[in-house]
Design a protein around this ligand. Structure first.
Ligand code: SAM
Length: 294
């Protein structure tokens, strides 16, 4: 009797296919995996509820899954709101140069790097429509969706690698939620440096990573690498998609990434809207800091 590939070989082929797949295919695959009757019901209910309340439209199931990891609309909306609250709390606790001056001659500008279909952006539009809100993503379809459906913001496409089409020191607060978690190593520091370039001196850059909470998901060899302070990246060739996973030991974030900023807070598993990711809050120095060696 002819025998098929072994279990490990099959898993290897599946991993290779996912790593080579374009983003829409990865998103569709993840959606099908998480789709069930409850997800469809939640989408129909929340969409109808949003229409009645005059809320911004709800994205489709594939788009929601690509940013939230599940097709469940309840989590898309609640997780987005939790993430937004985390940003507002950080701003309240640490302050960011240029924020909090609405009505005093200056219009704060906020950048959502890797905004996807606006899971978090929509709350800025609802609660702070007076700010200048910018969102960007390398996923053109997501940006087009935001442009059509979230009229308070300006959304634009960026390339996979820096720079952004923004002036130096033009942003009062920048954040990247679950974006560095999907970047290959070659883009980790360049993208953090780019966010630092565009924010004002004294402004915050807020981002999330897969930290120690994910250790149990790593293989023995990956764990050794992680515990030695090195970044672990799975399926780097799928960078930007959810098939690529980056795992950041805190030493790597502090020493390899945060060379031009002061880390003001590291909150292990602090990303309530992206459970169980770590939150990093960094501040651009008020006077230019000399890059550290290394
Ligand atoms: C897991 S989703 C998170 C989306 C959103 N930040 C949120 O929390 O809902 C990751 C997002 O990062 C975007 N992304 C990945 N690499 C990027 C890059 N180099 N530049 C801009 N966006 C990127 C993806 O397209 C995707 O929208």
């Amino acid at each position: 009797m002819a025998r098929g590939p072994s279990r490990e070989r099959f898993a290897g082929i599946k991993r290779a296919l996912v790593a080579a797949a374009p983003k829409p295919a990865v998103d569709a695959y993840q959606t099908l995996r998480s789709l069930d009757a409850a997800a469809i019901r939640s989408w129909l209910d929340r969409r109808a509820e949003g229409k009645r309340a005059g809320d911004f439209p709800l994205p489709g199931l594939v788009r929601m899954t690509s940013v939230a990891g599940t097709a469940n609309a309840n989590w898309f909306l609640e997780g987005g709101q939790l993430a937004f609250r985390g940003l507002i709390e950080a701003l309240g606790a640490y302050g960011s140069e240029g924020m909090g001056r609405v009505g005093e001659g200056e219009r704060p500008s906020v950048l959502d790097f890797g905004c996807g279909c606006g899971r978090v952006a929509r709350y800025w539009g609802r609660e702070y429509p007076q700010i200048r809100f910018l969102g960007c993503d390398y996923d053109r379809n997501a940006v087009e969706w935001c442009t059509r459906n979230l009229p308070f913001g300006h959304f634009f496409v960026n390339r996979m690698d820096p720079p952004l089409n923004l002036d130096d020191e033009s942003i009062s607060f920048a954040y990247a939620l679950s974006v560095f978690t999907h970047l290959p190593e070659a883009l980790q520091r360049p993208w953090l440096d780019e966010l630092v370039r565009v924010v004002k001196p004294g402004a915050l850059v807020y981002f999330t990573t897969h930290g120690d909470a994910y250790l149990d998901q790593l293989s023995q060899e990956e764990r050794r690498t992680y515990l030695s302070g090195e970044l672990v990246v799975r399926r780097a060739t799928a960078g930007g998609t959810n098939a690529c996973g980056a795992y950041h030991p805190s030493a790597y974030v502090r020493h390899a990434m945060c060379r031009r900023v002061e880390v003001v807070a590291h909150l292990p598993e602090g990303a309530a809207g992206n459970p169980r990711q770590d939150v990093w809050i960094a501040r651009k120095p008020s006077s230019p800091a000399a890059p550290s060696a290394g």
